[in-house]
Design a binder for this molecule. Structure first.
Ligand code: NAD
Ligand code: UDP
Ligand code: UDP
Length: 336
């Protein structure tokens, strides 16, 4: 009597390909602003199963309300600085506070999240053979001496400043990604995200767009930090999510800038919010925080060429969409 042996397991184990047709996707930081919009988009595809891990430091279960109890969705309270055992095909690694107020609140924890958190997710990716995407940041360019910033620019970062826990943390995270790629053959993707805005941002998040919109709706002065001539380039969240998914699905490791090249001074942004939301509100100059980058604008040539991606939503079209969401959450209705 002969016994037939089972076929050998593929190595590295790709769960969806072997056991099932669904794609299992882990989103760390999925209860946050960008993460929850990414989850919405991924859940639209019926072949995707999504697992979110989040410690709720700056995110909230409420952002994922509509998916709780969905058979293709799972939410786990977990801190990425601790090891994680799950079986997945792709990892979108977003977990990390993004607002300066929150990442400076406990800087040592921010570094641990960036370094140990990314190391753990890379260890996980290595064990299960998953592809991993890191959401890095335009902050890796620091206070840039080249404008706009291409991916080839190495940056101008203060290694010992109050923002370093975040920007140096992300720089180490990028290094870890490339070392796991070179040393262990892990499939990596790195997105360098530029300032992103949209519905579901924390109302008291402290970032400039959410501050100005909340202030305009509450009838409080818009606090422009001095000198007000510093610039940022703001990307609407649906464009961002589209770029991240294209990067994950494409063939290029990155780093690739994902952002909207439309550049504004903070005074111009305040004027736009005032005009669109509350023409009666005052604009007030206030003190700035240390190491605030003076200018920032992505060179998105690479994203256009390699991902066929460019942003579609202009600031003046995106602000009213965010205004609607903030009105609902703040309970401020529109004057007739
Ligand atoms: P967010 O603060 O809304 O989301 C981050 C999420 O990560 C939150 O849900 C938070 O609770 C979670 N988190 C934080 N530390 C964690 C930990 N140790 N373990 C598990 N979960 C943890 O921020 P966001 O704007 O959605 O940013 C998402 C990612 O994009 C971050 O990695 C951020 O660095 C990057 N990014 C964002 C921007 C932007 O403008 N929003 C710009 C550049 C880069
Ligand atoms: N790790 C994890 N989940 C896994 C596999 C690894 O969280 O499924 C963590 C592990 O605890 C370690 C890190 O990822 O701290 C790096 O793992 P790796 O196997 O690369 O390194 P080693 O364990 O050999 O230090
Ligand atoms: N800023 C401002 N008023 C605020 C909050 C921020 O003028 O209430 C400025 C800040 O000085 C910086 C820019 O807006 O130049 C963007 O700050 P944010 O914290 O949103 O993001 P960053 O790009 O600095 O991470």
């Amino acid at each position: 009597q002969t016994t037939s042996k089972p076929p050998p397991l593929p190595s590295p184990l790709r769960f969806s390909k072997f056991f099932q047709s669904n794609m299992r996707i882990l989103v760390t930081g999925g209860a946050g602003f960008i993460g929850s919009h990414l989850v919405d988009k991924l859940m639209e595809n019926e072949k995707n199963e999504v697992i979110v891990v989040d410690n709720y430091f700056t995110g909230s279960k409420d952002n994922l309300r509509k998916w709780i109890d969905h058979p293709r969705f799972e939410l786990i309270r977990h801190d990425v600085t601790e090891p994680l055992l799950v079986e997945v095909d792709q990892i979108y690694h977003l977990a990390c506070p993004a607002s300066p107020i929150f990442y400076k609140y406990n800087p040592v924890k921010t570094i641990k999240t960036n370094v140990i958190g990314t190391l753990n997710m890379l260890g996980l990716a290595k064990r299960v053979g998953a592809r991993i995407l890191l959401t890095s940041t335009s902050e890796v360019y620091g206070d840039p001496l080249i404008h706009p910033q291409p991916e080839t620019y190495w940056g101008n970062v203060n290694p010992i400043g109050v923002r370093s826990c975040y920007d140096e943390g992300k720089r180490v995270a990028e290094t870890l990604m490339f070392d796991y790629h070179r040393q262990h053959g892990i499939e990596i993707r790195i997105a360098r995200i530029f300032n992103t805005y949209g519905p579901r941002m924390n109302i008291d998040d402290g970032r400039v767009v959410s501050n100005f919109i909340a202030q305009a709706l509450r009838g409080e002065p818009l606090t422009v930090q001095k000198p007000g001539t510093q610039t940022r380039s703001f990307c609407y969240v649906s464009d961002m999510v589209d770029g991240l998914i294209r990067l994950m699905e494409g063939e290029n490791t990155g780093p690739i800038n994902i952002g909207n090249p439309g550049e504004f001074t903070m005074l111009e942004l305040a004027e736009a919010v005032k005009e669109l939301i509350n023409p009666e509100v005052e604009i007030k100059m206030v003190e700035n925080t240390p190491d605030d980058p003076r200018q920032r604008k992505p060179d998105i040539t690479k994203a256009k060429e390699l991902l066929g991606w460019e942003p579609k939503v202009k600031l003046r079209d995106g602000l009213p969409l965010m205004e609607e969401d903030f009105r609902l959450r703040l309970g401020v209705s529109k004057k007739k």
